[in-house]
Design a protein around this ligand. Structure first.
Ligand SMILES: Cc1cc2nc3c(=O)[nH]c(=O)nc-3n(C[C@H](O)[C@H](O)[C@H](O)COP(=O)(O)OP(=O)(O)OC[C@H]3O[C@@H](n4cnc5c(N)ncnc54)[C@H](O)[C@@H]3O)c2cc1C
Length: 457
C-alpha cells in the first residue's frame, strides 16, 4: 500500500478522520468471527456523507481497497479488510435524524446502535420489529447491509421489509438517494433494497429511511420444555396448523440451555432437553385469550413443562436468557463453528434428527438454537480448539451439514451473510447463473473492485 497516497488523503480531510493509530487498526482488523484478522493500512472515521464520498472518490482513483464497517459485531468476517487498504467505519455517523409518528418513518444515520434506535422509537409509541440477538451491539447500517433477522421476523419480516429509502455512496464517490419516505413506491427498480444484504460490496450506506408501525400494546410469552428437539419441532407444526402466527418461535437444545443456565444462573430453562419460546403480541384481551389456547395446544403436543409470562417485564426476563445463548456457548471454552443455515419449514423435524446423527457420527456436540418458526437454525459445531483431530472432524461435520441443507433446498446462511466464513461454500450454495449475475452487478457499480475486495464476488 502506497503510504504517501494515504497521507495525501489524510491532509484533504478534517483532522482525525483518517488515522494510522495502531490500536485503531487492530480494532478494525476483525469482527466477531474469530478466525478473521487482517490489518488495514488506515481507518477512516467520517462524520458526513460528503466525507464518505471524498474518501471513496480518492480510493477509486488510486485503486485503494475500502471495507465498510458498522459496529464490527458481524459473525462472518464481512467487515474484515481481507485485502488491507482503508476500513471505513461509520460509527461516528450515529444520530437519529427524525422520528415521525405521522408518517410512520424514522430517518437515521447508519452508526446508530439498533437497540438504542428501538428504545427511542418505542418511547414514541412506534415499533421497529427486526430484533437480532446482538442488537445491543450492532449498528442499524450493519443490519441493513446483512439484512439482519431475529426472533420477531417470523411475524414481522426481516430488516429488508422496513427499508423505504437509503442514501448510498457508490464506489466512485457518487451520492445516490434511493427510495423515499412513502410506504409504497413503484418508481423504477427497487434500488434501495438492492443494497440491503450487499455486505458492503456495492457502496456505503450513509442514511436510512425506515418504515415503523404502531407499537402493539401487550405481549405474552409461553415457555415450554420438551423431551427432544424433534418433539418441540412437532409442537411448532401443531401451532401453525391451529392457525396461529406468533411473533416469535425460538428453540434451544439441551447443550445450549445448559450453557445459558451456567452463564446466567437463571433456572428458567434448566433441565429441559429442548425448549420452545413463543411470543404473542397485540391487544391485551386477544393476546391473553390466544395465550390460553396456545398453552392447551402445547400441552397436547407433549410439553413437559409450561410457563406463561404476561407483559413486557415478564417477557423480557425470558428473552434476556435467550439473548445469552450465543455468549453461553462461547463460555464453554469450546470453539463454535457457528452456522446459521435456513431450511424449508417442513424439514424441521428431519433436521433435528439429522443433527443428532451428525453429533454421534463425529463425536462432537452440535448445539442448535434459534428461529425455529422460520427454519433458520443456528447450528454450532462445538470443537476443542487445541485438538487438531476434533477441528478436522468439525470441518467435515460442517461440510456434511451444508450439503444436506442444500439437498433440502435450504440456504447456507439465513441472516449472518457470506463474508469470509462462508466463502468456501459460496460456489456450492449458488448456481453459475446467480454467480454471473452477481459479477455483472458488481462490475457495473464497482468496476475497479475497490469495495470490500476478497469477499464473495
Ligand atoms: C451475540 C450475537 C448475536 C447475534 N444475533 C444475530 C441475530 O439474531 N440475527 C442476525 O441477523 N445477526 C445476528 N448477529 C450478527 C450481527 O449482529 C449482525 O450481522 C449485524 O447486522 C452486524 O452489524 P454490525 O453493525 O456489527 O456490522 P459489521 O459487522 O460492522 O458489518 C457487517 C457487514 O456489513 C457491511 N457494512 C456495515 N455497515 C455498512 C454500511 N454503513 N454501508 C455498507 N456496508 C456496511 C460490512 O462491510 C460487513 O460486510 C449476532 C451477533 C452477535 C455477536
Amino acid at each position: 500500500m502506497d503510504r504517501s497516497s494515504l497521507l495525501e488523503l489524510q491532509q484533504s480531510l478534517p483532522e482525525g478522520v483518517l488515522t494510522f493509530d495502531e490500536a485503531e487498526l487492530t480494532r478494525c482488523a476483525k469482527d466477531k468471527w474469530q478466525p478473521g484478522f487482517s490489518m488495514p493500512a488506515a481507518v477512516a472515521l467520517p462524520r458526513t456523507t460528503e466525507e464518505v464520498a471524498r474518501i471513496l472518490r480518492f480510493a477509486d482513483q488510486r485503486r485503494i481497497p475500502v471495507t465498510p464497517r458498522g459496529a464490527g459485531v458481524g459473525y462472518c468476517g464481512g467487515a474484515v479488510p481481507a485485502k488491507g487498504g482503508i476500513v471505513l467505519s461509520v460509527e461516528r455517523m450515529n444520530k437519529i435524524l427524525e422520528i415521525n409518528p405521522a408518517d410512520f418513518v424514522v430517518v437515521t444515520q447508519p452508526g446508530v446502535i439498533t437497540a438504542q434506535l428501538q428504545e427511542q422509537v418505542e418511547a414514541k409509541g412506534l415499533f421497529y420489529p427486526p430484533d437480532p440477538a446482538g442488537r445491543a451491539e450492532s449498528s442499524i447500517g450493519g443490519n441493513v447491509s446483512t439484512n439482519a433477522g431475529g426472533p420477531r421476523c417470523l411475524k414481522y419480516g426481516v430488516t429488508r421489509d422496513y427499508i423505504l429509502g437509503l442514501t448510498v455512496v457508490l464506489p466512485d464517490g457518487t451520492i445516490c438517494k434511493t427510495g423515499g419516505r412513502t410506504h409504497k413506491n413503484k418508481t423504477g427498480f427497487d434500488l434501495a433494497r438492492f443494497f440491503v444484504g450487499a455486505e458492503g460490496l456495492l457502496g456505503v450506506v450513509t442514511e436510512i429511511i425506515l418504515k415503523v408501525i404502531p407499537l402493539p400494546p401487550f405481549r405474552s410469552c409461553l415457555s415450554a420444555g420438551f423431551a427432544s428437539m424433534p418433539d418441540a419441532a412437532e409442537a411448532i407444526c401443531r401451532v401453525f396448523e391451529a392457525g396461529f402466527l406468533p411473533s416469535a418461535m425460538e428453540l434451544g437444545d439441551a447443550f445450549t440451555l445448559e450453557a445459558a443456565w451456567k452463564r446466567t444462573g437463571n433456572p428458567v430453562f434448566k433441565g429441559s432437553k429442548a425448549h420452545l419460546i413463543l411470543e404473542l403480541d397485540g391487544q391485551e384481551s386477544s393476546v391473553r385469550g390466544e395465550t390460553e389456547q396456545l398453552a392447551h395446544i402445547l400441552r397436547n403436543a407433549h410439553a413437559l413443562s409450561l410457563q406463561t409470562a404476561n407483559g413486557t417485564a415478564e417477557c423480557e426476563a425470558i428473552w434476556d436468557v435467550r439473548r445469552e445463548f450465543s455468549y453461553g456457548l462461547k463460555d464453554t471454552g469450546l470453539k463454535k463453528l457457528n452456522n446459521d443455515i435456513v431450511i424449508p419449514r417442513g424439514k424441521l423435524v428431519e433436521f433435528f434428527i439429522f443433527t443428532d446423527q451428525l453429533q454421534k457420527k463425529y463425536g462432537i456436540p452440535v448445539a442448535c438454537f434459534g428461529h425455529a418458526g422460520d427454519g433458520n437454525i443456528h447450528t454450532n459445531v462445538m470443537v476443542a480448539p487445541d485438538d487438531p483431530r476434533q477441528m478436522e472432524a468439525g470441518k467435515k461435520a460442517v461440510d456434511e451439514l451444508f450439503h444436506q441443507v442444500i439437498a433440502w433446498e435450504g440456504k447456507i446462511t439465513g441472516e449472518h451473510g457470506i463474508g469470509l466464513a462462508k466463502l468456501p461454500w459460496w460456489n456450492t450454495g449458488t448456481s453459475p447463473e446467480e454467480r454471473e449475475l452477481h459479477r455483472r452487478v458488481k462490475q457495473a457499480l464497482d468496476p475497479n473492485g475497490i469495495m470490500n475486495p476478497g469477499k464473495f464476488v
